[in-house]
Design a protein around this ligand. Structure first.
Ligand SMILES: *Cc1c(COP(=O)(O)O)cnc(C)c1O
Length: 444
């Protein structure tokens, strides 16, 4: 059993951890019989899930954490440090700082201020909260394909929000952006590098050119796509956006998406360390034994799992986030898997794609006479493939994103439901043919 080796290593390292303290970490007064009963209930209940870990699961943005992350998290959880302050999690706070500095370096920042968060939403919220501190009367704009939470977050932090139209590659339309810059008081442009729906990469380089003329902050939401900075096989145009990411004012990346981490691990980094000044708070019960800046002093959230930082640190030791490293190669494989699936779709008479994947998300549909019939067919394939153990996702694409290859299709509704696949596991590359065969088998 694969888990057996993990448990052995965990047992040995747990003993080692315990020796640091000289007395047992564990409670002794446990009724293991009833504990085991409850835990087997848990095992039964958890069977009611899709097999996210399986290479035939190629639907939503889900993948299992790497064993190193799972084990480091478990080990750290025996101490249960809290990274809201250095004293609440001494070792884990130090590890968080190291891990976050390495992420900042990956994006090209030798200096930064930032920390981990519960997830991408909290991380984006922090970015827009700072945006509000800097431009209290100006609005936030993000593309119509940006994550839906940007609009909500703007509402929460009390900023106006406008959507920018997208082009037919699902990227922010620059003319639409410039129109907004001319007519509205825009304080922050959110550029998404890897949209959640289609994996499109906004034209950051040209947004930076507009910044020179119109002066606004740029927040890069790379919650999903951030790690593709390391991939060296992207289209030159896509790679160019990643190459300019260091010009942004703030960046969000989710280690719990492509960073092999369990949920509860997002990250926000700011280029300008002076941003730290906006976080000042005066809590009578913060820990004062350290002169260093507490992570809790530069974070909106208070309590946070130190174990999440430990897991990330350990994963980054095991898989350094450097170009050409094993981790980078895994991402390149994901992109290749997406291109492989895209080519199968392009060469198939009965399928139609949305556009070529920029990273690892593919969107397509079975051909049909009208948008409604295509939508029905997509849903049908989605359900039938799942019964055969191949799990895809569905996405509603607005008509205006459809390119000329969709010209012959009757536009009897204003959106079309397509199939969507996030090929987030490097194993997907070897499984694409099987996945595609299953899809073809259930299509008619
Ligand atoms: C997933 C995602 C988010 C939200 O992050 P959570 O970790 O789910 O809170 C924000 N932006 C993008 C682009 C995402 O893909």
């Amino acid at each position: 059993m694969q888990g057996q080796k993990e448990l052995e290593i965990l047992g040995a390292t747990l003993e080692k951890l315990q020796r640091n303290f000289g007395y047992p970490i564990h409670e002794t007064d446990i009724n293991y019989n009833s504990l085991e009963k409850v835990l087997s209930d848990v095992a039964n209940k958890m069977g009611d899930n899709y097999p996210y870990f399986d290479p035939n699961y190629a639907g939503q943005m889900l993948k299992p954490p790497h064993p190193i992350a799972r084990m480091a998290y478990t080990l750290a959880m025996h101490i249960n440090p809290n990274n809201h302050a250095l004293d609440g999690g001494r070792a884990s706070s130090a590890m968080e700082k190291e891990a976050v500095a390495d992420i900042a370096k990956m994006f090209g920042w030798d200096e930064h201020i930032g920390h981990l968060t519960g997830g991408g939403t909290m991380a984006n919220m922090e970015a827009l909260w700072i945006a509000r501190k800097i431009h209290p009367d100006k609005i936030v704009v993000a593309s119509e394909m940006a994550h839906y939470t940007h609009e909500r977050i703007s509402e929460v932090v009390g900023l106006g929000f406008s959507k920018v139209s997208c082009d037919q590659l699902g990227r922010m339309d620059l003319e639409a952006l410039e129109d907004l810059l001319k007519t509205k008081n825009v304080g922050t442009v959110v550029a998404t590098l890897g949209t959640t729906g289609t994996g499109s990469v906004d034209p950051l380089t040209k947004i930076l050119a507009l910044q020179k003329k119109y002066h606004f902050r740029i927040h890069v939401d790379a919650a999903y796509g951030g790690y593709f900075k390391l991939a060296e096989n992207l289209d030159p145009e896509t790679a160019d956006q990643y190459a300019n990411i260091h010009h942004a004012d703030s960046i969000v990346i989710d280690p719990h998406k492509h960073g092999l981490q369990p949920y509860g691990c997002g990250c926000i980094i700011f280029k300008d360390a002076l941003v730290g000044g906006y976080y000042q708070h005066d809590s009578p019960y913060t820990y004062f034994s350290s002169a260093e800046l507490h992570l809790g002093e530069i974070s909106l959230e208070c309590s946070r799992a130190g174990a999440a930082a430990v897991a990330l640190w350990a994963t980054m030791k095991y898989f350094p986030i450097i170009p050409k490293g094993e981790f980078a190669q895994g991402l390149e494989k994901c992109h290749e898997a997406a291109l492989k699936l895209y080519n199968l779709i392009e060469n198939d008479e009965t399928s139609i794609s949305l556009f070529k994947p920029e990273i690892d998300i593919v969107v397509w549909a079975p051909k049909g006479d009208s948008l409604s019939s295509i939508s029905n067919k997509s849903s049908d394939v989605f359900e039938k493939a799942a019964k055969k153990g191949v799990h895809l996702a569905l996405i509603k694409i607005p008509v205006k994103l459809l390119s000329s290859s969709w010209n012959d299709v009757e536009k009897d509704q204003d959106y079309v439901t397509c199939l969507r696949s996030c090929l987030m596991k490097h194993e997907h590359f070897d499984w694409v043919d099987h996945i595609w065969k299953t899809i073809k088998d259930v299509s008619h």
